[in-house]
Design a protein. Structure first.
Lengths: 390, 388, 390, 388
């Protein structure tokens, strides 16, 4: 067991922190959050130059072959700096899905441009009633002579406003709720029959609702083996969740820091509010939640690379369930302890608050992940076996 | 002991309900602070004013309907259940009782009728940048100069300051003695030269609040309420009149019923979201908390209707009420899932009723801060709990 | 609407308070809690003399015809005074069940002695897997030529050590979980085939586990109409729950009072601990919970007499769900704020703590009552109708 | 970054596990403080002592196994998982590190071997009636008289004082200066005349704690550890050594696994209690909290194994650890329902494993009080969070 970062990892962490400090001021954020794309091409190019875009993707797929801990360091730094650019949705989630499921020609066509910052993707797996469950896919892909015809709707497609290509899950067999029979398709944004309604999201970034009406695709739009899309989708989603947790942790740390500083400076009744015991204790509660969440982010990042599904999924579901709650606690109390100024747009604290609310709503809420966790942990026999094998 | 409304109260309830069903603007959805434009808000309040119901807490001698606390509660509950906006409290429930008690006959005559008909909107000038929860340390100065006061300073968190025709202000007319002394209560026309209103955007992305700057603003001395130095007494009197609606029971009841309906209309793999045991548990928890709050509120209303002072039970109403408002809006956002993601988006995405759930959730973070943060409330309550 | 007590009710309240102050010291409690019966006959006789034993029971049944608010005043006083005698189990629950379901001859035989303090009853409705649900009755009553033969097991029978007669729910038709087909029987403690394993409970008082093995009863053991026992059982249980909530409220008030006093006296670091802001705020939280619980007890008591099932059951389930949580909060913090002395047997605070833990476990936990409440409240149409009718 | 145990650690884990399976007394169930009798507890600790594992935190030079923090953790986790009682900490993890650092060679030789084999049991004399969380205000006096100290005063909350052969005490040898000065650290034989031990029964109805009265108790001066007035320094050193086991991870892990098994064996109308969605949610909440605690604890262990001081993460371990212990015992009581009602009953009622659930729930209310209440812990942490 070893919780140290390698020197390469320390360099990654420092590079993100330097970028945020030098190039991503709160004003830069405010400029960016006004745009429809919620990102600036120049900033994205910087990401490419820093090597962040290739880092999470395997070398065989054309990436730089970093591990999920590296990714979490980048994500934490971006969250800490309130950076809007769609790193997780585009690179960690969609990029990994291409790397996991794509043929070598698909990887060649997409990963290169991704790594260079010249491609925007989005994964469209959620549906109106799927409630975070990637196996709930009712969109159909009917095999035709030379390809497939897709019909259905997709919801909450993160990075939906920017995506040039969508990775769409659709059913070539089985029924909604089953893991077997789900296939993945590459669907260009301008494909006839595809309607995109995109919008800004409350935490920054964009999402979209897709309608697929007789969307006709050729065979090579299929990403991976037909009917076997669930496993890579779940795996890539785990990478995304681990990174999202790290992003949230970065935001939590920023909020705690600002609140502790504010408490030391802001005076009421002639003394700094940080001298009041209830405020001190609340800061301690926030601090403890940040530390517990740090542990959860670390273990989720390490286990995101674990091929054992039960271990990996417990780590990921556990982290998301925990941090959904702890981040809400930190966010709400950061606002409360700031008083009036905490509920205004002019202070970054309120923007972090919204970012964490968005985190809570994306990639599964606490109830969903607790259910996932319970399903894996309440099977006593499986656990006993696992323990025996450990 | 009896929890039922009297036959007269039930009849009154039916009357209000019918009127609301016929008159509440159905095409407009109110937010936590009322409708989203001044015109919509004034139209609605003027409609109530015409009916004689706007000044619902006023005695008949000042043009109110003369309802007791229970009737006021029934009115408010029916208003909220029908989806009508909350009325702007600054003139109606804050300033009016002050004028009735401390105002001169001329002031009463000049201001009250226009409040009761919503011909003028008011805002409140209490908080200042350096004085949040520590209200008494305010600095905005009013210096007597002949028949006028010259006001210089700054107010902040002025809700609806950009809508208001008038502002009632706590100002410092004297710097001697304890800081609570030397505070006076002044009415200022917002059109007076030297007043500048700057918007504060809140984390719901909207404009409810403002900073108000006063630079050599000349205010007729006749706009002083009570006497010089009586401002703190008046401010405390005003606060004691805020008790009943502070729990927000009517709004939370309407909110929870709306949320249940919404969940019952949200399909899932096997039925609706309201069938999910963990969702049901969450709803039941909220509803049971609301039940406790509602009956605690009733206990206070009962005392007030009998002309008694509110009891100890009332001291926690604001804390519990605001916590519940927050929990309720939080539940709506979280239960909306993906559908709660859109941010100030015009088009309907998924189930439209979740789309703007986050606005109230965000804005109501302020509910445990304004009007004396919940931490301050607890400091006050602790004083009579622990004998030191 | 009127929350005032009548002058009779004020007299009742004062009489309980006087009794506790004069006749039920903590030493008296300690003496009583050592006994197997967890009660003292002399004390019970005092209850009879005060008229408390007849108060909750209807005049037609032979009681004094008080209402449930009267009962809650007595119960609150007893809880406040840490009184162990089985008032709720014997009088409020079993007594009301006799009054609700019994024939006039059964009422005559039982209510008179009850009111005079000469009878101990217990209701045996729970079973090992019923988890508080009175409809889950698997015990069977087979009709025979001249009566019934009962077989089955009953659990958690409150006042089980003292009961001379048990009111046993058993199925004459239908299946476990159904409300129809449940019948009630009077079973004397010495009936052949009945095995009683009684024990003291953690909050004071006793309970028992019953085994019914070919228990043969005559026709007149049947309490009420065959197969229709559920309605009176549920109704009597509602009376018991309303009173138990009041009892818990009394205990909560006692704990708050003691904790606030202790905080004003106990010095640490040279000052009373009550001068620390975190302790002040915790006391405020406890105080607010006591006030909210007071409201819940009031409305539950009033609605316990309401014949409309939905209104009554929502009031009762809501109160028990709320107070299970609020009483735990008050109890845990009362102990915490007392520090070491709070976890000892020598201080009454710890005994109140156990009493409230016992309250939590009896007559339904929070989850059970939340489910009950949700079932009644989440039926939108029914609610809309109710509102329209109101 | 790597969360796996090394191959050597895994082998070690297997070795400990096999030994535990073969040696843990299966007929006895331990409580929160160990087995319920002195004989059972000593027999178990002596068994561990024979194996050389009792002094699990000691370096080899003092007769310990020389395990690093991770190995100690593995050992503790396997001990708890197998249902073995926790070992009495007073000699092993509190006094021993003190003697190793501050004790004379003679003291080390006299006391350490007997601790490592559990030939003598220790208890701790810190708290006094007037000094709870305010430890430094202690009053028990030790006056030097020739080659002896004469001790007068009273200690309270002395866990296992009725079992112990020796007590280590903080005593006041000087009344001058700051109250932290003038405190000394003294070892006292419990058989010395003038010592009286009176039981304190806790709200689990059991006897773990005591009051210890000292009346003219004569203690050889050679039993002073370190120097006069060094007691407070020693006490702080001792506290810094409590970090690792303070989170109670091993016990809580065993507790949660046990609870899941129990629920899976508790039948319901349609299956087992572990199938109920609200029960599953509660269990998952506890387990996820435990996961966060476990990895936070690992982070501290990692630092210690590398010879570094524990980081900021360790400061919340006691708070979170004790809260989780309490939540876990609370869940067991509540999920037991009727079956948790019996109080100190010999016979099995319903599902026996719930029958005594309330004992640990009751007793562990003390876990957020002793060793510096969680409120005091927060005061301390706040100091490095807020710069005033």
């Amino acid at each position: 067991m070893d919780f140290s970062l390698s020197s390469e990892q320390e360099m990654i962490r420092d590079s993100v922190n330097r970028f945020v400090e030098k190039d991503y001021s709160f004003d830069k954020y405010l400029d960016t959050v006004k745009t429809d794309a919620q990102m600036q091409p120049k900033t994205w190019q910087q990401f490419a130059e820093f090597g962040w875009l290739g880092q999470p993707l395997s070398e065989t797929a054309g990436g730089y072959g970093g591990n999920a801990v590296d990714t979490s360091l980048i994500a934490e730094g971006l969250g800490n700096g309130l950076v809007l650019e769609p790193y997780i949705a585009n690179i960690v989630f969609a990029g990994n899905l291409i790397a996991l499921a794509g043929s070598s020609s698909q990887q060649e066509a997409l990963v290169g441009p991704l790594v260079e910052g010249n491609k925007q993707l989005a994964v469209a797996f959620a549906e109106r009633i799927s409630r975070y469950n990637p196996a709930w896919c009712a969109t159909t892909a009917q095999a035709s002579d030379d390809g497939y015809v897709l019909n259905g709707e997709k919801h909450g497609v993160v990075n939906g406003a920017n995506a040039e290509t969508f990775i769409v899950s659709a059913r070539t067999g089985g029924n909604a709720g089953e893991t077997a029979g789900i296939s993945l398709f590459l669907v260009d944004a301008n494909t006839p029959g595809l309607t995109i309604r995109s919008y800004k999201t409350l935490g920054g970034g964009t999402a979209a609702e897709l309608t697929l009406n007789e969307v006709t695709l050729s065979d090579d739009a299929l990403l991976g083996a037909p009917g076997e899309g669930f496993a890579p989708l779940e795996r890539a989603l785990d990478y995304a969740i681990a990174a999202a947790c790290a992003d949230a942790l970065g935001a939590m740390k920023a909020m705690l820091k600002r609140t502790a500083e504010y408490a030391g400076q802001r005076k009421q009744f002639g003394v700094p509010i940080g001298s009041f015991q209830v405020i001190q204790h609340k800061l301690v509660d926030m601090f403890i939640e940040v530390e517990q969440s740090t542990s959860m982010v670390l273990q989720a990042a390490v286990q995101a690379d674990n091929d054992d599904r039960v271990t990996r999924r417990k780590a990921i579901a556990g982290a998301k369930a925990y941090i959904n709650k702890s981040s809400k606690f930190v966010a709400q109390w950061a606002v409360q302890l700031h008083g009036g100024i905490g509920v205004t747009e002019e202070l970054d604290v309120g923007h972090y608050f919204r970012r964490l609310t968005g985190f809570n709503l994306q990639y599964g809420d606490r109830e969903y992940h607790l259910k996932q966790f319970a399903a894996l942990s309440c099977d006593i026999e499986a656990n006993a076996e696992q323990r025996a094998a450990a | 002991m009896n929890l039922d409304f009297s036959p007269e109260e039930k009849q009154f309830q039916q009357e209000v309900r019918s009127w609301m069903q016929a008159n509440v603007p159905t095409q407009k959805k109110p937010g936590a602070m009322g409708y989203h434009s001044r015109d919509d808000q004034m139209a609605w309040e003027q409609l109530l004013g015409k009916q004689g119901w706007l000044a619902s807490n006023w005695p008949t001698e000042f043009g109110g309907p003369g309802w007791n606390a229970t009737e006021q509660h029934i009115f408010d509950e029916e208003r909220a259940a029908a989806g009508g906006a909350i009325t702007s409290p600054f003139g109606l429930t804050m300033l009016a009782p002050v004028l009735m008690k401390f105002g001169s006959p001329a002031q009463q005559e000049r201001f009250l009728p226009k409040i009761a008909k919503c011909e003028e909107l008011w805002c409140q000038g209490y908080s200042e940048p350096g004085a949040g929860s520590d209200l008494a340390s305010l600095k905005t100065a009013a210096i007597r100069d002949g028949n006028e006061y010259v006001v210089n300073g700054q107010k902040i968190w002025t809700t609806q300051g950009h809508w208001a025709d008038w502002i009632f202000c706590l100002v410092r007319t004297d710097n001697e003695g304890r800081k609570q002394q030397g505070i006076s209560f002044l009415l200022i026309d917002m059109k007076t030269p030297g007043i500048e209103v700057r918007p504060i955007h809140t984390i719901d992305g909207e404009h409810h609040l403002n900073e108000v700057f006063f630079t050599d603003v000349r205010v007729p001395a006749e706009n002083l309420v009570g006497e010089e130095g009586q401002g703190w007494t008046i401010a405390k009197y005003l606060l004691s009149h805020e008790r009943t609606c502070i729990a927000g029971v009517a709004g939370s009841k309407a909110g929870i019923e709306g949320l249940k309906k919404l969940l019952a209309n949200t399909p899932t793999e096997t039925g609706t979201r309201l069938d999910d045991p963990t969702v049901r548990q969450r709803i039941a928890e909220l509803e049971v908390d609301l039940m406790a709050l509602e009956f605690t509120n009733f206990r206070t209303l009962d005392k007030m209707a009998k002309g008694q002072p509110p009891g100890a039970e009332s001291s926690g109403l604001k804390i519990k009420g605001t916590e519940l408002q927050q929990a309720l809006t939080e539940a709506r956002v979280e239960l909306g899932g993906d559908d709660s993601l859109p941010w100030h988006n015009e088009e309907e995405i998924g189930h439209a009723e979740y789309n703007n759930a986050s606005l109230a959730y965000n804005f109501l973070r302020a509910s445990t801060i304004y009007g004396g943060s919940n931490e301050i409330q607890k400091n006050v309550i602790a004083k009579f709990l622990v004998a030191l």
